[in-house]
Design a protein around this ligand. Structure first.
Ligand code: SAH
Ligand code: SF4
Ligand code: F3S
Length: 454
């Protein structure tokens, strides 16, 4: 069937991996002849790429879906797709809940969107949630940015943290080959991209499922080896990676980051709790002492490294004293950024059925106290940039002030300064920081990487 002038809209609810999947699915749709529609109400195909990490993320999907299901009753040609983690978790049950749906597809099926849609256009209602070997994508993703790009390196997660749905919905770990990753980065370099973020839910697991062992008995392909293998890709000036797991984090990796100039001094290492008992109940496989040693080692090699993490407040059974251990860790380490959440019981996870759940009041009180401390510490962390010269990679115009551009420091602080986006997009500029806020900075350019007029 012809798809000319058909329009699509994608709403993305989840994490970086979910965003990367959306960009690939958008690429597939454009390749099929669909055109982007910013407003879902003008789209012929709506794809919700969903997240189920916490209950509120899941509920948001249902409210969006309800509206479009209603619209479909008046516009029967509307194609409704639910992709991502809610799709995987709910599967057929979603069809019973929203019979208007045309396609339900789990995250492992993202690259198969064209095939699946063909079945839909042949008149079928399709559910694709069976575990599969992820196929390498041959379509060009439609990326949101023309400066920075995500590159998946490992899909899935083999951990079993007792609160987490990710292993249920993303499946087992599947690493891409170093060659496929490098080829994607080379193409990005040729297209003018300057920064790549390598993605995995547990990126330290990279390569464990690939064949090959070294004479010393370690896996031949590790994240550290991958960084050495890709760091000289022409055009790419910055490399980041996320998410790191304290259980598998190595000093070899820290050394590589210190040694390789393109790898940014930025570490996102979720600790989840600062209390050893809670960490054990979470099945995280490390102690707060080990976590502190990792951060100490990073700071020994890179004193100015930017450190961020995720933490959960109000895990089942968490006592006030145990929660205070989390506050203590945050206070001691002084994170540049911390993603926080109140514990949310998730279907199919062990902790959800324990009988020592905390009340919503206790959880939200702890979350607020944690967030309060986080913003104080982030403000202190920002102070160290004042009067410093930082390298900023310019990504866009400041949407609130067109006379300014915005970009990020190597440590990932959002930074604004006066300049013309037409000249500066994709350029690395030395910026002297004049104003600091907890999560962003303002400065003045001191040196453009362009010759000044004589
Ligand atoms: N792979 C990463 C995190 C993936 S999920 C890791 O191992 O750390 C992103 C974050 O969501 C987690 O770090 C955790 O802080 C939070 N999270 C996951 N499940 C949650 C739940 N049931 N309730 C509240 N927060 C949760
Ligand atoms: Fe979830 Fe744990 Fe896997 Fe992270 S490592 S995705 S928290 S199961
Ligand atoms: Fe959400 Fe799935 Fe990512 S549950 S956090 S979109 S892996």
């Amino acid at each position: 069937m012809t798809t000319s002038n058909r329009r699509y809209h994608i709403t993305t609810f989840g994490c970086q991996m979910n965003k990367a999947d959306s960009e690939r699915m958008a690429g597939i749709l454009e390749n099929m002849g669909f055109e982007w529609s910013e407003d879902p109400n003008y789209a012929d195909l709506i794809l919700y790429n969903t997240c189920t990490i916490r209950d509120n993320a899941e509920q948001k999907v249902y409210s969006y879906l309800g509206r479009q299901a209603k619209r479909k009753q008046e516009h029967p040609n509307l194609t409704l797709v639910v992709a991502g983690c809610v799709a995987q978790q709910e599967g057929e049950a979603l069809l019973r809940r929203v019979p208007e749906l045309d396609l339900i597809m789990g995250p492992q099926h993202a690259n198969r969107l064209e095939d699946l849609l063909e079945q839909v256009f042949n008149g079928n209602q399709v559910v694709a949630t069976e575990p599969i070997q992820i196929i390498e994508d041959i379509t060009k993703p439609r990326r949101d940015s023309s400066v920075t790009a995500w590159v998946n390196v490992i899909y899935g997660c083999n951990e079993r943290c007792t609160y987490c749905v990710v292993p249920n919905v993303r499946g087992v770990e599947q690493s891409r080959t170093p060659e496929a990753i490098r080829a994607e980065m080379e193409q990005l370099g040729q297209l003018g991209y300057k920064e790549v973020t390598l993605l995995g839910q547990n990126i330290d697991a990279y390569g464990r499922d690939l064949p090959g062992v070294t004479p010393e008995g370690r896996h031949q392909h590790t994240l550290t080896d991958l960084l050495y293998y890709v760091h000289d890709v022409p055009g790419i000036e910055r490399i980041r990676f996320a998410t790191s797991h304290p259980r598998y984090f190595t000093e070899r990796l820290i050394k590589a980051c210190a040694e390789l100039p393109k790898v940014c001094e930025l570490f996102h290492i979720p600790f989840q709790s600062g209390d050893n008992e809670v960490l054990k109940l979470m099945s995280r496989g490390y102690t707060h002492e080990k976590y502190r040693r990792i951060i100490d080692t990073i700071r020994r090699y890179m004193p100015d490294a930017s450190i961020s993490a995720d933490a959960i407040a109000g895990f089942p059974g968490e006592t006030e004293a145990q929660f205070e251990n989390t506050l203590r860790l945050v206070d001691d380490i002084g994170f540049d950024h911390l993603n926080t959440a109140a514990y949310s019981p998730r279907p199919g996870t062990p902790a959800a059925v324990w009988d020592n759940q905390l009340s919503e009041e206790v959880k939200s009180d702890r979350l607020q106290r944690l967030n309060h401390l986080v913003s104080i510490k982030a403000a202190q962390a920002s102070e160290r940039y004042r009067d410093h010269i930082e390298e900023v990679l310019v990504e866009d115009q400041n949407p609130k002030d067109p006379s300014q551009v915005m970009g990020r420091t190597r440590g990932n602080r959002l930074t604004f300064f006066d300049g013309n986006i037409g000249e500066l997009k994709g350029k690395v500029v030395q910026v002297k920081i004049t104003e600091v806020r907890p999560f962003s900075l303002t400065g003045e350019p001191v040196k453009l990487l362009q010759p000044l007029p004589v």
